[in-house]
Design a protein around this ligand. Structure first.
Ligand code: IFM
Length: 740
């Protein structure tokens, strides 16, 4: 029998508790719930997060995405024995996150210490059709004898963010002996969160309620005959004051309404919404290795559930809604790694992500002024308020008691141009004049103004000093190639669109032209290597093999101080290669190839943002073997065997980059205002790649094999497509043989 598409956990292993809690997370962009087990295990982090609900534990700390009261926990007691996979014997176990329905299922046959066997089916989903609904179900069958079953579950507000409590308990209530509700308020940001649950319990079971120590609980008990299923359903809702004035009332009404429904009916509706998602957005890979498809489905599933497509006041955290890593903050990951998936499948969502930045233009302008610049300096890490949220200090050195300052907020300024890049990319794929004339142009102008003020006049040339490029192992350097090229593009595009819309703001135009004339851009040297910055190529290099073997762990910092690493040719992640990826036409093939190999040699890939970008550039260089290897290694960042790779949440940007690799590496698409081009580079293992694409109001479907490229236009006007260098007209359908 064909297994349903999904992520499977075939055995219970305490070492993987938190990794699987992240991998098997559920969500819908509004909220996310970690895939924790119903029963507690020491060290497992439960987590429910709502997009945009941040709080500061103390005034001087950055905001963090609040870990909300838990509704997934269930204490299960059978014949007086607490159900635990660490007790008795686990006769069979399978847990799966099913992509098609968005359901988390666990099937266990458990033998308790007394020798009696029980079959348990635990199901849970976060509704896709209604952002506020979460449902769970337990079916328990005693296989050997009659049994006394007792479960305790409810709303548990003992949750913290690694020990930090962000919520005041405002009220806990039981309504009509049917529904429980807890209302909480964040201590500093003042967001009200109302959580309500209703239950379907077996007839004649006993039910009691209690509230103590921030837990509002229902205890349900029932005697069951052998083979008689004990079925329990819990249907819950979450509302916050971000989206309604009286979340406690709205949540109560909503929970009363869903109480009339059954788990399976709700699941059907949610699964129907997932079906639509997969039909519209799935990439289908025919590969000799099934893992490629699983990894792609996994990436798309998580991108969908991490993105707050419902509200432009929020954006995507570096771990999505799957954990508390990076405190739920928003980085350049969103614009460069995640927004493209949305832009090319559902542009409205990409627009919302840009509107999030636009809404915080004022805070970015304030940050620029505070740092002595003009225009808009967007925060390196951002949350709800749009203010800089990067922690001032890194982890403490427990030997010296000192903390190293985190320099990113002061110097990792490429984020400004990354946002501008995404604005132009959005326009080019949508021709949304309304957005571009207003929000887009404002973003471009203010970011351009920032770059103009960010330069140092060295007479002949303008330089950009003291920055951190994407490679965070090289700090405080001058003329980082990535930053300067991106800044150039930012100013160039601002001037272009100002001209298009007749904006004659002379304060930018004149200085902008001078900036474009004089900004220093690193050029290939005699060996064709583009210097990463002014001094990088003068630094000594060391053999990175041992560190590459432990990539992702930052093991280099155990042997060398940050300062020492800074003084060597060591990259944490793609930097110059990012530039090659984003500007495929700016450098000759030979330069691209030479630089890819030169910089990869010096890159540890300690950041998850690195591998898939290397895959793209390697594919374009026709290095099939390296491209596919990088791609698969990128897929393993979360899905690989490392038990702790994803404890604090998934690597959102790397999931985005898996999709980017298929589109911009293997399909090798180039998408611009006046062109749609592709020059496929399918890996040896792939016989077919199918994907949808939204381009300037058209819905297209691509099917690529090594022999033929088929493109179908499902909607929108005709267009010309460049395939392997030749132009073809696409009316409804096009079939072009592949010659190479
Ligand atoms: O934005 C990234 C950065 O490039 C590398 N460190 C982690 C950040 C969040 O993913």
């Amino acid at each position: 029998m064909n297994k349903k598409r999904g992520i499977y956990e075939h055995g219970f292993d305490v070492h993987y508790l938190n990794k699987y809690s992240s991998l098997l997370a559920l969500g819908n962009g509004y909220l996310g719930i970690r895939g924790t087990h119903e029963e507690d295990y020491t060290g497992q982090t439960r987590g429910m997060y709502v997009a945009g609900v941040y709080n500061k534990a103390t005034a001087n700390e950055p905001s963090e995405l609040v870990n909300l009261p838990d509704i997934t926990g269930i204490v299960i007691e059978i014949d007086g024995q607490p159900f635990s996979l660490l007790d008795g014997e686990v006769l069979s176990y399978e847990r799966s996150l099913q992509f098609e329905t968005g359901e988390l299922r666990r099937e266990v046959v458990w033998k308790s210490k007394t020798g009696a066997r029980y079959e348990l089916l635990l199901q849970r989903f976060v509704a896709k059709h209604d952002l506020h609904v979460i449902a769970s179900k337990l079916t328990l069958i005693s296989l050997d004898q009659p049994a006394a079953v007792k479960i305790v579950t409810g709303i548990n507000a003992q949750q913290t963010n690694f020990g930090k409590q962000h919520l005041i308990e405002e009220s806990v209530r039981v309504f009509n002996e049917e529904i429980i509700q807890g209302v909480y308020k964040t201590t500093e940001s003042g967001v009200t969160v109302a959580v309500g649950s209703s239950f379907h319990i077996p007839e004649h079971s006993k039910k009691t309620f209690s509230a103590k120590n921030r837990q509002l609980l229902a205890a349900i008990s029932q005697e069951v005959a052998k083979d008689e299923p004990f079925v329990f359903e819990k249907l819950s809702t979450v509302y916050t004051s971000h989206e309604c004035d009286r979340p406690e009332t709205v949540s109560l009404e909503a929970v009363q309404a869903i109480a009339l429904q059954q788990y399976e009916d709700l699941l059907k509706r949610s699964a129907a919404a997932w079906k639509e998602f997969w039909e519209q957005k799935r990439i289908i890979i025919t590969s000799t290795d099934e893992f490629d498809q699983t990894a792609m489905d996994f990436a798309l599933y998580h991108m969908e559930i991490m993105t707050p497509a419902h509200d432009d006041r929020f954006s995507i955290g570096a771990k999505g809604l799957t954990g508390e890593g990076y405190k739920g903050h928003v980085f350049w990951d969103t614009e460069i790694f995640l927004a493209p998936f949305h832009l090319y499948t559902e542009p409205e969502t990409a627009k919302k992500l840009l509107l999030y930045r636009y809404k915080h233009l004022r805070e970015a302008q304030e940050k620029a002024v505070q740092n002595g610049y003009q225009g808009a300096l967007f925060p390196w890490e951002s949350a709800f308020t749009g203010k800089e949220e990067t922690p001032e200090y890194a982890a403490i050195n427990i030997r010296t008691g000192t903390r190293q300052k985190v320099a990113s907020a002061l110097a990792e300024h490429h984020i400004v141009a990354d946002i501008a890049f995404a604005v132009v990319q959005y326009y080019e794929n949508t021709i949304d004049e309304e957005f571009m004339k207003n929000e887009g142009l404002a973003l471009l102008k203010e970011t351009a103004r920032f770059w103009i003020s960010r330069t140092v006049d060295e007479g002949e040339r303008l330089s950009i000093h003291d920055v951190i490029g994407p490679d965070e192992y090289t700090e405080h350097i001058n003329n980082n190639a990535y930053t300067n090229y991106m800044a150039y593009y930012n100013v160039e595009q601002a001037l272009y669109f100002m001209e298009q819309y007749g904006d004659v703001d002379s304060s930018i135009i004149e200085q902008g032209r001078d900036f474009l004339k004089r900004l220093y851009l690193q050029k290939p040297n005699d060996e064709m290597i583009i210097p990463q910055d002014d001094t990088f190529l003068t630094k000594p290099a060391i053999d990175l093999t041992p560190y590459k073997q432990k990539q992702g762990s930052q093991a280099i910092l155990l042997d060398y101080s940050r300062q020492e690493v800074n003084e060597m040719q060591i990259l944490k992640q793609a930097d110059l290669v990012m530039l090659l990826y984003l500007f495929p036409d700016s450098f000759s093939n030979e330069v691209v190839m030479k630089n890819l190999f030169y910089y990869e040699d010096h890159t540890i890939h300690d950041s998850s943002l690195s591998k898939a970008i290397h895959a793209i550039v390697a594919a374009r260089c026709d290095d099939d073997e390296a491209a596919y290897r990088f791609f698969q290694e990128a897929c393993l960042i979360d899905l690989g065997p490392n038990p702790h790779s994803s404890d604090e949440g998934l690597h959102a940007a790397s999931l985005g980059a898996i999709w980017l690799a298929a589109m911009f590496g293997f399909a090798n698409l180039k998408i611009g205002l006046d062109r749609l081009a592709l020059d496929p580079k399918l890996p040896e293992n792939w016989t077919e790649l199918k994907f949808p694409l939204t381009y300037q109001g058209r819905t297209l479907e691509f099917k690529l094999t090594k022999q033929v490229c088929e493109i179908t236009k499902l909607s929108g006007p005709e267009l010309e497509i460049n395939i392997n260098g030749d132009i073809f007209k696409l009316c409804d359908r096009l079939e072009v043989p592949m010659t190479n």
